[in-house]
Ligand binder design. Structure first.
Ligand code: OAD
Length: 240
């Protein structure tokens, strides 16, 4: 199966990659669903919606600040690094569309990255629109942080449930133009990200899945590689 995936990638002129939380698992960042997933112990409605922030900004910031503390220590793993190599092999004819907010693809060195759900280090004012990139973990007593321009609340500049994802049209365009979609470490249940996979399958494109366990789309893809992304991707890229 890995040889088949390598052949598809070798022949492809333009590659689209969609990543999810599973690719960062080996960097020590928890996933959302499945065994040990964050949504087992936390409720998305209470932590990752505009309503939750309105109701309790401190609680929402505490959760994001806790995630920041994990991501702050995290480094790109072998899977991220393999995607940098793949971008080089493809001479830049590759785009990564990620649902992750950890910024690890950019840290690894990929140039063509779309962060559909934003970036955890970005924050913006709910009133005046002030925005900054602030790679820090706050002291508990400084939460929630305030806007330096107008004094109103800053919020994590990420996409919450019920909010539009970023760069969606561009992402569809990339997937439409690509010869293959490689998706890695995503349960493929959150929309519209999951629709990018469905679009590729429906238009008869090659689709390669790398995931720790089967997904509801595994039976429809060209190749399904089951296991850790940090193990499979280096093998795959080595074959190109
Ligand atoms: P999920 O947590 O839903 O899915 C992660 C997937 O990665 C699962 O299918 C795991 O089996 C797989 N996995 C775990 N470890 C892996 C490993 N080492 N190698 C490969 N695969 C592994 O994460 P996402 O699909 O990214 O959105 O979730 C999508 C969105 O739901 C997130 O962006 C977030 C979340 O709620 C928002 O908060 C808006």
């Amino acid at each position: 199966m890995i040889d088949k995936a390598a052949k598809i990638l070798k022949q492809a002129e333009f590659v689209a990659v969609l990543t999810g939380a599973g690719i960062s698992k080996d960097s020590g960042i928890p996933t959302f669903r499945g065994k040990d997933g964050l949504w087992r112990n936390f409720s998305p409605e209470e932590l990752a919606t505009p309503q939750a922030f309105q109701k309790n900004p401190k609680l929402v910031w505490e959760w994001y600040n806790w995630r920041r503390s994990i991501i702050y220590r995290a480094k790109p793993n072998a899977a991220h690094i393999s995607l940098v190599k793949l971008e080089e092999i493809k001479k830049g004819n590759l785009w990564i569309i990620t649902q992750n907010v950890d910024g690890l693809h950019i840290k690894a060195g990929n140039k063509n990255v779309i962060e559909l759900h934003g970036n955890i280090w970005s924050e913006r004012c709910i009133a005046c629109g002030f925005k900054r990139y602030n790679e820090c973990v706050y002291e508990y007593e400084n939460l929630p942080p305030k806007c330096p321009e107008c004094g109103n609340l800053l919020r994590p500049d990420v996409v919450w449930f019920g909010e539009p994802v970023r760069h969606l049209e561009e992402s569809y365009q990339i997937v439409r133009e690509a010869d293959v979609l490689l998706y890695i470490g995503t349960s493929a249940v959150v929309y519209p990200a999951a629709s990018l996979i469905e679009l590729s399958i429906a238009s008869g494109k090659y689709v390669i899945e790398i995931n720790y366990e089967k997904t509801h789309l595994s039976d429809y893809v060209s190749v399904s590689l089951i296991g850790r992304a940090a193990e499979i991707l280096p093998h795959l890229v080595q074959k190109l």
